[in-house]
Design a protein around this ligand. Sequence first.
Ligand code: GCU
Length: 603
Amino acid sequence: MKTKLFFLILMLGSLLTQAQPNFITNVNSRTNTSLGGKWKYIIDQYSTGAIGFSPLYENKKPKDKTDRVEYSFDDAQSLWVPGSWNAQKDELYYYEGSMWYRKTFVFQPKLKNSRVFIYVGAANYKTQYSFNGKRLGEHEGGFTPFSFEVTDLIKEKDNFVILGVNNRREPDYIPGMVTDWYNYGGITRDVKLVEVPQTFIDDFTVSLKKETVAAKEKEIEGELTLNGDQLPAEARVSIPELGLEQMVQIGDNGKGTFSFKSKKLDLWSPENPKLYTITLSAGEDELSDQVGFRTIETKGKQILLNGQPIFLRGISIHDENPIRADRAHSVDDAKLLLGWAKELGCNFARLAHYPHQENIVRMADQLGILLWEELPLYWGINWQSESVLENAKRQYAEVIRRDKNRAATIIWSIANETTPGDSRNKFLGSVADYVRELDSTRLLSAACKKDLAVDGHPDNDYLVSDPIAEKLDIVSFNEYIGWYGGAPEESRKKTFIIAYDKPVIISEFGGGAIQGFHADSTTRWSEEYQAYMYKENIDMFERVPGLSGMTPWILADFQSPLRQLPNVQDGWNRKGLISETGQKKKAFFVLQKYYEQKREAVK
Ligand code: GCU
């Protein structure tokens, strides 16, 4: 009886302690080698690659002329990594399924007696990973990193890493079956070989203590975690520019906490995106990062950055370089997208609808652009499934582990346009509690549901009373008056009732236009119609009680299988303010002017 009870407790314990991600963080500031470049690939249309006649991850070659092996990476074609397969080969544009990639390499250690990991920035959607013929595991989620240790498997030469990536959509995935974006498949972000000492700094968190933001002497607090058998008694943490240095006691669990006080700290803000180098060292490991210090909170209907009200002049962005028509994955892609946002006059961006590449989050830190980040709990999700809920929590834990030290990231959003109902409310309530437990320093929001007002209000009112907003700091919603219903001038009659005393962000509004198509402002798809709609919508949103920001939909045209109107969309969603050739539409300048006015108003 006792044994059964023991195993029951063990099982319950494992359910309660959500499996924490443990991928290698801050890879660019560690000893690393990119494995990007040409990888061999084998199409696995029936997804039998791991179980077939001979599993592809074994990388088999015929022993002699009598031997039977029914595949060959050596004789296969290549794909560039990072990059989706859809964007690289015409015959793969519409392919949804399983693809096996192989990279061979020699290993010249850069560190003596190092531990070696392979880090994947992202691969969409489900990836089976293996190394030198050994299956090591699987990762689910198309937009968050994962890594695996290969210390005991790596050799001097003839190494091969094989990733089996499957982007087939399923009802129990996140996102579900239908999205208004392209389901790019493949290894869409960089793959790196990372070397660390036997005992290394696995991770750290650092932030400004909220209560000290207005004090002369501000307090920075944080914690670090070591990974390895030989734990040193202490670690050193320093912020040289502030003349701060501290020895940190390391507990048996490999953790240590630290805090600094400083009268010289320059707060991070969009106007002054000040970053400090923080250096941590423990045993043979040393890790540096660039960190900005700020606080974010709400007070009634206001959002306060460093204790001061702020209006978030935002724009929604997809993680896609429209000119390359592929997933964004580089610093240059981040520079292109955030450069356009800066030109628009933005101090804020909604990284829709899934975690974007880390380069854009780090660049937002440098440029002073605040960020809304989200997971694709979008439209149709299987709210009844416990495993989908665990998947959602794990993926949030992954993006929080990756971005928790980024000053730019101020909002975690937990859903987009999902229909209220008992199971959805319970699911999202559990996600909200979990995200807040992981990161109490940032604000929660979601693109909530709104309804036509009832109880005697004229039918011109919209009522935003989505129950999930109880769990949020900021009430956000999408609204497309003038595009998905009514003419743009109908905006003049609309008013909004927000059932919560909280700040409001309009997380989407907008409409389509073909860049270069000019007509009168009542002609749909003309630049003039889109510009007229923006003018009318902006005037309407100015009347929303507690309006604290907006992220119009969307910075640039983007690919979507839902948009097939010939000679108008041709597979592209045309709501961009910029075309897929980088040309600005009239509405870009309408929004730019409005943001200029908003910026002047607070000076
Ligand atoms: C929705 C959705 C977006 C979509 C947009 C549109 O609000 O959130 O992902 O692209 O509307 O219809 O263009």
